[in-house]
Design a protein around this ligand. Structure first.
Ligand code: FES
Ligand SMILES: [Fe+2]
Length: 379
């Protein structure tokens, strides 16, 4: 089953996705290590819901709906530390870190009957897996339902290990519907063709996506009876380029790419680890934030070498490319180029979906993705 062009072009389809998919799902927000001190917080938008994740004490992290119980002002912005309480900037209602309303200015005069117990910050669902914090706007949502299907097949990387280092995140502004980018990311058929000059494969029967619930895990299978995070060609190159592997990731058999439904990709190799989250910004545009980790001393801030990087806004945009995508030697640039070309093609009224190539190392995963989307948004 494939979607018609409406799914990639219309505001009404995007509105449904924001309401029924992104607002009702788990989304990666940050790492536990991003919240070091009591009172540290990070805000995020999950579908239509502004959310804040906050460190309560040495043990506990909470997620709240980021809005005041008085008139609804969003309470916190970006990230930072709230100190001992959260104070609304509008009329200074004050909340304890555990979400309870402490008080309001001139409470006795203005609110003689205020029932503070009924006006705590609304909780959101929170789940932690391998140091990654996920939030669901619904506090009753079951995190196990979400992470369970991949939990025992996950990457071995320990992001808090001493030999792991994070470089500045990448922020891509993409001119395509978010689903176009996902469909390309889980398409094993294009690897040997679009990426001939960069990844150089593998071909369809030397790689596979495995389905785990709505999630998927990608493996290179170009060596008999063995599953690898990287294809043999890249493993050889990596040996030549990189001095050593990340200690915790120095084992075979884990997946190279983890797609977490609906819009998150984790790329895990013996040398690196990255977390990409897609956020729709319109029917035909999306943002992608990529956090990158590698071996200390070997991974560098390479933003200025990325085609389309603009230092002033710290964003990466195809409008700023100075050479042809296929001449850049960067497979991410090749993917962005092709996704924006697909989006352009979908815009034509003469577009109709063609057949998908069969097989788990070809385009079966696109069909699985569409089945999961249809299940998540049934009407
Ligand atoms: S809206 Fe927050 S104190 Fe009034
Ligand atoms: Fe690709």
């Amino acid at each position: 089953m494939t979607f018609t062009r409406d799914a990639y072009l219309s505001q009404s389809w995007l509105d449904r996705e924001l309401n029924e998919l992104f607002s009702e799902n788990w989304q990666f927000v940050c790492l536990t290590s991003d919240l070091q001190k009591v009172g540290d917080y990070i805000t995020a938008k999950i579908g239509l819901f502004p959310i804040v994740v906050l460190k309560l004490d040495d043990e506990q992290i909470a997620a709240y709906h980021n809005l005041c119980r008085h008139r609804g002002t969003t309470l916190l912005e970006g990230k930072g530390n709230v100190g001992k309480s959260i104070v609304c900037p509008y009329h200074r209602w004050t909340y304890r870190l555990d979400g309870r309303l402490k008080g309001a200015p001139q409470m006795k005069t203005c609110f003689p009957d205020l029932d503070r117990a009924k006006l705590s910050l609304k909780p959101a669902g929170i789940g932690v897996f391998k140091g990654l914090i996920f939030v669901n706007p619904d506090p009753k949502a079951d995190f196990e339902d979400f992470i369970g299907p991949i939990a025992d097949k996950a990457w071995p990387h320990d992001l808090e290990a001493k030999d792991v280092f994070e470089t500045p995140a990448l922020h891509y502004k993409l001119n395509c519907n978010w689903k176009v980018f996902v469909e390309n990311a889980i398409d094993g058929y294009h690897l040997a063709y679009l990426h001939e000059q960069t990844l150089g494969g593998p071909v369809v029967d030397e790689n596979l996506w495995e389905r785990h619930g709505d999630h998927m895990i990608w493996y290179a299978t170009d060596e008999a009876d063995m599953r690898h995070a990287l294809p043999a060609k890249n493993r050889k190159e990596a040996k030549a380029w990189w001095a050593s592997k990340i200690k915790s990731a120095d084992s075979v058999g884990y997946g190279g790419v983890y797609f977490l439904f609906p819009a998150m990709l984790i790329t895990a190799t013996p040398y690196s680890f990255s977390i990409s989250s897609l956020h729709p910004t319109g029917p035909t545009t999306c943002d992608m934030k990529v956090r990158q980790f590698g071996k200390k001393g070997e991974i560098k801030d390479d933003r200025k070498y990325i085609p389309g990087y603009d230092k002033a806004t710290n964003t990466i945009r195809s409008e700023l490319w100075t050479k042809a995508a296929l001449d850049t030697g960067d497979f991410q640039t090749e993917d962005i180029w092709i996704c924006e070309k697909v989006q352009e093609g979908l815009t034509s009224p003469s577009y109709e979906p063609g057949p998908l190539s069969k097989g788990p190392g070809a385009e079966d995963p696109i069909g699985w993705f569409h089945t999961s989307l249809t299940k998540a948004m049934p009407h």
